[in-house]
Design a protein. Structure first.
Length: 317
């Protein structure tokens, strides 16, 4: 295998390609991963994202075999916010939001007590136009933030509020979210995740207080690790926000973010965070068969708007 940049580079993502035709097969890729796991781990911890390009992986079943070679224990998406569909085993579609909308930078499931350490993405079909995945190094984001803003988020943490419908309605239902019809199972999951919950007339309301900054469990580095700016009602834009708040109270919004003590997050702080994220984002175009490995603490990700068919699969570990 060969990497695009020297060992001391900090490219985001680091690109790795086969150096010979015989190394392109799934079998050769899995064998290489098993033999070079230590090297792969070191590169992922340094760069935060690895792009494997030029390999013969284009189906969900092949993708899952590759993921399990790196991480034998894959994670289900129970409790996740994004609309997804199970494709095979522990492989899901990427977030099924309308193609004309941008998905802003975020760390996957950072509102959960047990968030995925890693994400794996496979491009089965790139979009005709757009649809790139944008990335940002959370270590650089944290360093670039105004010190007062950074301190407020660090001290107060973030409260994620969600209202999950009981059937059709705005946003996901609790049945879709927890992949069950069993209320007792949902309550048990919430308790295990340290999530406050209450059943309401329209479904289920949850509140979870999580850190805004995370120390990486291996490298010890601190990184910006939250999606307060994405979850806050202001992320929808002024027109949609006004429409939502005319129809319901803040407590009834499908999702919203507050500081951990329940106080509102200043709009200026959120705009500052969004500006820093935009300034540090790296746009990574897709090619068919691309495999992208992300360290979910070190790197946030999103999706650009697109035209045409786009199919990207995801697995979590």
């Amino acid at each position: 295998m060969q990497s695009e940049t020297p060992d001391d580079a900090t490219a985001l993502p680091l690109r790795i390609e086969p150096s010979a035709d015989h190394e392109r097969s799934l079998e050769s890729l899995v064998a290489w991963v098993m033999a070079e796991r230590g090297w792969l781990e070191a590169k992922l911890h340094r760069h935060g994202a690895l792009l494997l390009r030029g390999f013969e992986v284009d189906r969900a079943e092949q993708f899952e075999l590759f993921c399990r070679a790196v991480d034998p224990e894959l994670k289900r998406y129970v409790g996740g916010e994004s609309p997804r569909t199970v494709v095979a085993g522990h492989v899901y579609t990427s977030t099924e939001y309308p193609s004309h909308l941008e998905i802003s930078l975020h760390n996957e499931a950072c509102y959960a007590r047990e968030w995925p350490r890693r994400l794996y993405l496979l491009c089965v079909e790139p979009a005709r136009h757009g649809g790139e995945t944008q990335l940002a190094d959370g270590r650089k984001v944290l360093a670039a933030l105004d010190s007062a803003v950074r301190q407020r988020f660090t001290d107060k943490q973030v409260m994620y509020v969600r209202n999950l419908q009981d059937g059709p309605g705005l946003g996901k239902s609790w049945q879709q979210t927890f992949e069950t019809e069993d209320r007792d199972a949902v309550e048990a999951h919430c308790r295990s995740e340290d999530v406050e919950f209450e059943w309401t007339d329209f479904g289920l309301r949850t509140r979870a207080i999580r850190p805004a900054v995370m120390r990486h469990p291996v490298t010890g580095e601190e990184a910006w690790f939250n999606q307060a700016d994405q979850s806050h009602v202001s992320s929808r834009g002024p027109r949609v926000e006004r429409s939502l708040l005319r129809a319901m109270s803040e407590d009834e919004l499908p999702r919203h973010a507050l500081f951990g003590d329940g106080s509102p997050i200043d709009r200026a702080d959120l705009e500052h965070v969004r500006g820093v994220l935009r300034g540090l984002e790296v746009v990574a175009p897709w090619q068919r068969g691309d495999l992208l490995l992300l360290d979910n603490v070190l790197v946030s990700h999103g999706r650009k708007p697109f035209e045409g068919e786009r199919r990207v699969l995801v697995a979590m570990a």
